[in-house]
Design a protein around this ligand. Structure first.
Ligand code: ADP
Ligand code: MG
Length: 469
């Protein structure tokens, strides 16, 4: 088949795929993929990085092959290769990179893959600048992908590939131990490798505040201002919720944000909840944090937890059988740091006691794990929920059916089921003696609302974060 007629089949297949996966996923995971050629029933594609190639292959290759089959009427083989993105000098000229070009519109690449990449004249070597605060060990290469972190990780990668462009600012939020800090450092490392002349700073919001306070006290505000407002190409701020309610620090961060944003510098911020939910955060700040992409990280599913365990085990050179991995992954659900801790604990204990590391041993060791300092109970959930929705605990236990009360009640029942070991009848009892079927229905309803209602999603996230504390 000649390339030109195939281009239109390609375009059709892409739009089919776009309608199936939705525009957001399409932009993140499929648009960066370019068509190289179709020859003898094999379609060759190019991805701008290994990360995007692997991500695409794992999640969307099948769907693309299906869409192509529907368009051309027969099954084609699809191969993806990694092709370097264009040098940054090109980005400045037109604000676009290879990854930004719609694959369908990238007609040049069909006949001649190199046509869109003009030779750039040699430039004097740029200075190498050590990134501030970046930890070497947190990288995209050792960040395990899963549905729970897809959006955040792809957006972080895209921000590192095209800083200051599509996802600026990037705001990543999620519960404790889910990989926010890891992603921030990964952006810093990746960006530094792409362009060592960039001035990159990682800082926790707490550290930012301390530096600011010290600068003010020592009358060295100019130094502080230069460091953050002028001499910075990428600012990575961790746990921004920390500065909520600290007026002067918020004010300073607001100015830093504006200066960097206006200069087109990349800003990535993490927090434990969405901007609007940060109590005590200035409105003008939360609105700016919403300007770019807001991406969540959820607790990893079983498959991702297993993959993380295997990745860690390989890195630490520990042998891990399927049984053992499964046993650990089943027992630690909502926090990757604890998951890694559990792996460390069982391997260390097996060593110390000269025991074989098998599933039974894992159960034994993880059972004697100290309980989390603050056990979550139905009562603590009721209190937190009542507080969050500004209603009374007695309302949760009562029978009033208005939505402002019945929704929180359902949320509280749902969380009780999820976070404690109470049975449905037990939960019913603690909610003013309700029947277990009421609790079951509430849980089902919240499960459903969680998919479609962002208020419910946010409430669940914020409450989980609070109850975990
Ligand atoms: P957070 O900042 O959200 O509290 P961290 O980024 O500190 O969480 O992650 C906690 C630990 O879990 C770190 O050691 C991190 O490397 C690891 N981790 C979290 N998510 C992943 C992942 N998807 N793949 C590999 N390691 C992960
Ligand atoms: Mg963190």
């Amino acid at each position: 088949m000649h390339a030109a007629p195939f281009a239109s089949a390609w375009t059709q297949a892409l739009s089919l795929l776009q309608s199936r996966v939705g525009p957001e996923t399409f932009d993140l995971s499929i648009r960066p993929i370019c068509l190289v050629e179709e020859r003898g029933g094999t379609v060759s594609l190019a991805a701008p990085s290994r990360f995007i190639k692997e991500w695409f292959e794992t999640h969307y290759l099948q769907a693309l092959a299906d869409a192509l089959e529907e368009t051309v009427g027969r099954r084609l083989e699809v191969h993806v290769e990694v092709r370097e993105v264009q040098p940054r000098a090109d980005i400045d000229d037109d604000g676009l990179t290879g990854a930004d070009l719609s694959p369908a519109g990238n007609a040049n690449s069909i006949d001649d893959p190199k046509a869109g990449t003009p030779e750039t004249p040699p430039r004097p070597p740029a200075p190498v600048r050590a990134p501030r605060g970046i930890l070497d060990r947190y990288r995209f290469e050792n960040f395990v992908l899963g549905a729970s972190n897809e959006l955040a990780a792809s957006a972080a990668k895209a921000a590192a590939e095209n800083p200051g462009q599509r996802f600026n600012p990037l705001f990543i939020y999620g519960g404790v131990g889910l990989g926010k800090t890891h992603l921030l450092h990964a952006v810093g490392n990746d960006l530094h490798e792409r362009d060592p002349s960039l001035r990159i700073t990682y800082i926790s919001a707490e550290h930012f505040m301390n530096e600011f306070v010290t600068a003010v006290r020592q009358n060295d505000f100019d130094g502080f201002r230069a460091r953050y407002r002028n001499d910075c190409d990428c600012l990575l701020v961790d746990d921004i919720q920390f500065i909520a309610g600290r007026d002067r620090t918020m004010d300073e961060f607001f100015h830093v944000f504006n200066a960097l944003y206006e200069a087109g510098k990349q800003i990535v911020v993490t927090a434990d909840c969405v901007p609007a939910q940060m109590k005590g955060m200035e409105e003008r700040l939360t609105s700016r944090l919403n300007w770019g992409l807001v991406a969540d990280i959820q607790a990893p599913d079983l498959e991702t937890r297993l993959a993380i365990l295997y990745e860690r085990a390989a890195r630490d050179d520990v042998e891990l059988t399927q049984d053992v991995a499964m046993e650990i992954a089943k027992s630690v659900k909502s926090n990757v740091r604890e998951l890694e801790g559990a792996l460390l604990r069982v391997t260390a204990f097996a060593d110390l006691r000269h025991r074989t590391l098998d599933a039974a041993f894992v159960r034994e060791v993880l059972q004697i794990r100290p309980e989390p300092s603050k056990a979550v109970t139905v009562e603590s959930i009721q209190k937190a929920v009542a507080n969050y929705f500004s209603i009374k605990v007695s309302d949760l236990k009562g029978n009033r059916r208005m939505r402002a009360i019945s929704r929180p009640r359902m949320v509280a029942m749902f969380l009780s089921r999820e976070l404690t070991s109470s049975s449905f009848p037990e939960i019913g009892m603690r909610f003013g003696g309700k029947d277990h079927s009421t609790v079951i229905n509430a849980c089902r309803r919240i499960q459903q609302l969680r998919e479609e209602d962002t208020d419910v999603q946010q409430a669940l996230e914020a409450l989980r974060a609070r109850l975990d504390a």
